[in-house]
Design a protein around this ligand. Structure first.
Ligand code: NHR
Ligand code: GAR
Length: 212
Protein backbone atom coordinates (compact mmCIF):
# COMPACT_ATOMS: atom_id res chain seq x y z
CA UNK A 1 0.00 0.00 0.00
CA UNK A 2 1.42 3.40 -0.99
CA UNK A 3 1.69 6.05 1.70
CA UNK A 4 0.85 9.73 1.43
CA UNK A 5 1.15 12.84 3.58
CA UNK A 6 -1.09 15.91 3.22
CA UNK A 7 0.19 19.42 3.96
CA UNK A 8 -2.41 22.03 4.93
CA UNK A 9 -2.58 25.58 6.27
CA UNK A 10 -6.28 26.12 6.93
CA UNK A 11 -9.80 24.85 6.39
CA UNK A 12 -8.79 21.53 4.85
CA UNK A 13 -11.71 20.86 2.51
CA UNK A 14 -9.38 19.44 -0.14
CA UNK A 15 -7.75 17.32 2.57
CA UNK A 16 -11.18 15.98 3.58
CA UNK A 17 -12.08 15.19 -0.02
CA UNK A 18 -8.82 13.23 -0.31
CA UNK A 19 -9.36 11.41 2.99
CA UNK A 20 -12.93 10.45 2.13
CA UNK A 21 -12.28 9.41 -1.47
CA UNK A 22 -11.24 5.84 -0.66
CA UNK A 23 -7.88 6.31 -2.36
CA UNK A 24 -5.71 3.26 -3.01
CA UNK A 25 -3.16 4.38 -0.44
CA UNK A 26 -2.86 5.26 3.23
CA UNK A 27 -2.80 8.81 4.57
CA UNK A 28 -0.04 8.46 7.17
CA UNK A 29 -0.04 12.06 8.40
CA UNK A 30 -1.54 15.52 8.00
CA UNK A 31 0.96 18.31 8.69
CA UNK A 32 0.12 22.01 9.08
CA UNK A 33 2.31 25.09 9.33
CA UNK A 34 -0.41 26.68 11.47
CA UNK A 35 -1.67 25.47 14.87
CA UNK A 36 -5.12 26.92 14.18
CA UNK A 37 -5.72 25.08 10.90
CA UNK A 38 -9.29 23.76 11.13
CA UNK A 39 -8.32 20.73 9.03
CA UNK A 40 -6.14 19.32 11.85
CA UNK A 41 -9.18 18.55 14.00
CA UNK A 42 -10.92 16.81 11.10
CA UNK A 43 -7.86 14.66 10.44
CA UNK A 44 -7.61 13.69 14.12
CA UNK A 45 -11.30 12.78 14.11
CA UNK A 46 -10.46 10.28 11.38
CA UNK A 47 -7.66 8.78 13.46
CA UNK A 48 -4.87 10.22 11.34
CA UNK A 49 -1.58 11.36 12.87
CA UNK A 50 -1.19 15.15 12.79
CA UNK A 51 1.71 17.49 13.35
CA UNK A 52 2.32 21.22 13.34
CA UNK A 53 5.57 22.67 12.04
CA UNK A 54 5.19 26.39 12.64
CA UNK A 55 6.75 28.62 10.03
CA UNK A 56 7.04 31.48 12.54
CA UNK A 57 8.48 29.40 15.39
CA UNK A 58 11.05 27.44 13.37
CA UNK A 59 13.37 30.42 12.84
CA UNK A 60 13.48 31.44 9.20
CA UNK A 61 12.58 29.78 5.92
CA UNK A 62 15.51 27.34 5.81
CA UNK A 63 15.01 26.13 9.38
CA UNK A 64 11.26 25.81 8.76
CA UNK A 65 11.79 23.71 5.66
CA UNK A 66 14.40 21.51 7.38
CA UNK A 67 11.96 20.89 10.24
CA UNK A 68 9.11 20.22 7.81
CA UNK A 69 11.24 17.74 5.81
CA UNK A 70 12.29 15.96 9.03
CA UNK A 71 8.63 15.60 10.06
CA UNK A 72 7.58 14.35 6.61
CA UNK A 73 10.46 11.87 6.46
CA UNK A 74 9.36 10.24 9.74
CA UNK A 75 6.40 8.92 7.77
CA UNK A 76 8.32 7.76 4.68
CA UNK A 77 5.60 8.81 2.21
CA UNK A 78 5.53 7.91 -1.47
CA UNK A 79 3.46 11.01 -2.23
CA UNK A 80 3.07 14.48 -0.72
CA UNK A 81 -0.12 16.44 -1.39
CA UNK A 82 -0.22 20.22 -0.84
CA UNK A 83 -3.86 21.02 -0.03
CA UNK A 84 -4.27 24.72 0.60
CA UNK A 85 -0.68 24.87 1.86
CA UNK A 86 0.27 28.55 1.91
CA UNK A 87 4.10 28.70 2.20
CA UNK A 88 6.38 28.95 -0.80
CA UNK A 89 8.91 26.10 -0.69
CA UNK A 90 12.60 26.48 -1.53
CA UNK A 91 14.58 24.59 -4.18
CA UNK A 92 16.25 22.14 -1.81
CA UNK A 93 12.94 21.10 -0.22
CA UNK A 94 11.23 20.74 -3.59
CA UNK A 95 14.10 18.70 -5.08
CA UNK A 96 13.97 16.28 -2.13
CA UNK A 97 10.39 15.34 -3.12
CA UNK A 98 10.77 15.77 -6.87
CA UNK A 99 8.16 13.96 -8.98
CA UNK A 100 6.19 12.92 -5.89
CA UNK A 101 4.66 16.19 -4.69
CA UNK A 102 1.38 17.54 -6.09
CA UNK A 103 -0.46 20.84 -5.55
CA UNK A 104 -4.01 22.02 -6.22
CA UNK A 105 -4.07 25.60 -7.45
CA UNK A 106 -7.31 27.63 -7.80
CA UNK A 107 -6.83 28.90 -11.37
CA UNK A 108 -6.33 27.61 -14.88
CA UNK A 109 -2.54 27.80 -14.88
CA UNK A 110 -0.48 29.39 -16.34
CA UNK A 111 -3.09 32.12 -15.80
CA UNK A 112 -3.15 33.69 -12.33
CA UNK A 113 -0.34 32.05 -10.35
CA UNK A 114 0.24 33.10 -6.74
CA UNK A 115 -2.41 34.38 -4.37
CA UNK A 116 -5.90 35.94 -4.70
CA UNK A 117 -6.61 34.01 -7.88
CA UNK A 118 -10.37 34.61 -7.93
CA UNK A 119 -9.90 38.36 -7.53
CA UNK A 120 -7.32 38.20 -10.33
CA UNK A 121 -9.78 36.35 -12.59
CA UNK A 122 -12.60 38.82 -11.90
CA UNK A 123 -10.29 41.79 -12.49
CA UNK A 124 -9.09 40.32 -15.79
CA UNK A 125 -12.68 39.77 -16.95
CA UNK A 126 -12.13 36.17 -18.04
CA UNK A 127 -15.28 34.16 -18.82
CA UNK A 128 -13.73 30.82 -17.92
CA UNK A 129 -11.83 30.10 -14.72
CA UNK A 130 -10.98 26.90 -12.86
CA UNK A 131 -8.34 24.89 -11.08
CA UNK A 132 -5.20 22.92 -11.80
CA UNK A 133 -3.40 19.96 -10.24
CA UNK A 134 0.33 20.13 -10.98
CA UNK A 135 3.59 18.59 -9.84
CA UNK A 136 5.50 20.97 -7.59
CA UNK A 137 8.74 22.32 -9.03
CA UNK A 138 11.06 25.04 -7.68
CA UNK A 139 9.36 27.58 -9.94
CA UNK A 140 6.08 28.62 -8.28
CA UNK A 141 2.86 27.23 -9.77
CA UNK A 142 4.76 26.32 -12.94
CA UNK A 143 5.21 22.54 -12.61
CA UNK A 144 3.89 19.89 -15.05
CA UNK A 145 0.08 19.97 -15.25
CA UNK A 146 -1.81 16.75 -14.47
CA UNK A 147 -5.45 17.81 -14.84
CA UNK A 148 -7.55 20.96 -15.02
CA UNK A 149 -11.24 21.71 -14.57
CA UNK A 150 -12.98 24.75 -16.01
CA UNK A 151 -15.98 26.65 -14.64
CA UNK A 152 -17.89 29.62 -16.07
CA UNK A 153 -17.49 33.09 -14.60
CA UNK A 154 -20.98 34.59 -14.21
CA UNK A 155 -21.72 38.30 -14.51
CA UNK A 156 -22.91 38.56 -10.91
CA UNK A 157 -20.05 36.55 -9.41
CA UNK A 158 -18.25 37.75 -6.30
CA UNK A 159 -14.90 36.31 -5.20
CA UNK A 160 -16.89 34.09 -2.82
CA UNK A 161 -19.36 32.67 -5.34
CA UNK A 162 -16.62 32.07 -7.89
CA UNK A 163 -14.36 30.45 -5.27
CA UNK A 164 -17.16 28.09 -4.23
CA UNK A 165 -17.77 27.01 -7.86
CA UNK A 166 -14.05 26.35 -8.34
CA UNK A 167 -13.65 24.56 -4.98
CA UNK A 168 -16.25 21.96 -5.92
CA UNK A 169 -14.12 21.09 -8.97
CA UNK A 170 -10.90 21.13 -6.92
CA UNK A 171 -12.24 18.26 -4.81
CA UNK A 172 -13.08 16.27 -7.94
CA UNK A 173 -9.82 16.71 -9.83
CA UNK A 174 -7.51 16.46 -6.82
CA UNK A 175 -8.88 13.09 -5.76
CA UNK A 176 -8.69 11.91 -9.37
CA UNK A 177 -5.07 13.02 -9.77
CA UNK A 178 -4.07 11.48 -6.42
CA UNK A 179 -5.73 8.22 -7.43
CA UNK A 180 -3.84 8.18 -10.73
CA UNK A 181 -0.53 8.84 -8.96
CA UNK A 182 -1.13 6.12 -6.36
CA UNK A 183 -2.07 3.68 -9.13
CA UNK A 184 1.29 4.44 -10.74
CA UNK A 185 -0.34 5.74 -13.90
CA UNK A 186 1.13 9.25 -14.20
CA UNK A 187 4.19 9.83 -16.34
CA UNK A 188 6.07 13.11 -16.81
CA UNK A 189 7.81 13.60 -20.15
CA UNK A 190 10.73 16.04 -20.50
CA UNK A 191 9.79 17.48 -17.09
CA UNK A 192 6.76 19.10 -18.70
CA UNK A 193 4.02 17.02 -20.30
CA UNK A 194 2.05 14.56 -18.18
CA UNK A 195 0.29 11.51 -19.57
CA UNK A 196 -2.10 9.08 -17.94
CA UNK A 197 -1.32 5.46 -18.54
CA UNK A 198 -4.50 3.70 -19.61
CA UNK A 199 -4.94 -0.07 -20.08
CA UNK A 200 -4.97 0.50 -23.80
CA UNK A 201 -1.82 2.62 -23.88
CA UNK A 202 -1.03 6.21 -23.08
CA UNK A 203 -4.04 8.46 -23.25
CA UNK A 204 -4.13 12.21 -22.85
CA UNK A 205 -5.16 13.71 -19.54
CA UNK A 206 -8.33 15.56 -20.43
CA UNK A 207 -9.58 18.91 -19.26
CA UNK A 208 -12.69 18.51 -17.07
CA UNK A 209 -13.31 15.22 -15.34
CA UNK A 210 -16.88 15.22 -16.65
CA UNK A 211 -15.42 14.43 -20.06
CA UNK A 212 -13.59 11.32 -18.88
N1 NHR B 1 6.58 25.97 -3.70
C1 NHR B 1 7.19 25.79 -4.86
N2 NHR B 1 8.53 25.81 -4.88
N3 NHR B 1 6.54 25.58 -6.04
C2 NHR B 1 5.21 25.58 -6.04
O1 NHR B 1 4.59 25.38 -7.19
C3 NHR B 1 4.48 25.81 -4.84
C4 NHR B 1 5.22 25.99 -3.66
C5 NHR B 1 4.59 26.23 -2.44
C6 NHR B 1 3.21 26.31 -2.39
C7 NHR B 1 0.98 26.42 -3.48
C8 NHR B 1 0.71 27.80 -4.09
C9 NHR B 1 -0.63 27.92 -4.75
O2 NHR B 1 -1.25 26.94 -5.12
C10 NHR B 1 2.45 26.17 -3.55
C11 NHR B 1 3.08 25.89 -4.77
C12 NHR B 1 1.65 30.13 -1.26
C13 NHR B 1 2.04 31.28 -1.93
C14 NHR B 1 2.55 32.49 -1.18
O3 NHR B 1 2.78 33.54 -1.77
C15 NHR B 1 1.97 31.27 -3.31
C16 NHR B 1 1.55 30.14 -3.98
C17 NHR B 1 1.16 28.99 -3.30
C18 NHR B 1 1.21 29.00 -1.94
N4 NHR B 1 2.77 32.38 0.15
C19 NHR B 1 3.35 33.41 1.02
C20 NHR B 1 4.83 33.10 1.30
O4 NHR B 1 5.59 34.08 1.52
C21 NHR B 1 2.66 33.46 2.36
C22 NHR B 1 1.20 33.70 2.28
C23 NHR B 1 0.47 33.32 3.58
O5 NHR B 1 1.08 32.79 4.51
O6 NHR B 1 -0.74 33.58 3.62
O7 NHR B 1 5.24 31.93 1.35
O8 NHR B 1 -1.08 29.07 -4.96
C1 GAR C 1 -8.21 26.00 -2.03
O1 GAR C 1 -9.02 26.77 -2.89
C2 GAR C 1 -6.84 25.81 -2.64
O2 GAR C 1 -6.87 25.62 -4.03
C3 GAR C 1 -6.20 27.12 -2.31
O3 GAR C 1 -6.64 27.45 -1.02
C4 GAR C 1 -7.89 26.81 -0.76
C5 GAR C 1 -7.71 25.91 0.43
O4 GAR C 1 -8.94 25.38 0.81
N1 GAR C 1 -4.78 27.05 -2.36
C6 GAR C 1 -4.03 28.11 -2.51
O5 GAR C 1 -4.50 29.21 -2.74
C7 GAR C 1 -2.56 27.87 -2.40
N2 GAR C 1 -1.89 29.12 -2.44
P1 GAR C 1 -9.02 24.07 1.69
O6 GAR C 1 -8.10 24.29 2.89
O7 GAR C 1 -10.44 23.99 2.11
O8 GAR C 1 -8.57 22.90 0.88
Amino acid sequence: MQRFVILISGRGSNMLALLDAGLPGECVAVISNRTDAAGLEQARARGIATAVVGHATSGGREAFEAALAAEIDRYQPDLILLAGFMRILGDEFVRRYQDRMLNIHPSLLPAFPGLKTHAQALAAGVRIHGCTVHFVTPSLDAGPIVIQAAVPVLSDDSEATLAARVLEQEHVIYTLAARWFLEGRLQVHDGRRVTLNDEGGNSDVLINPGCL
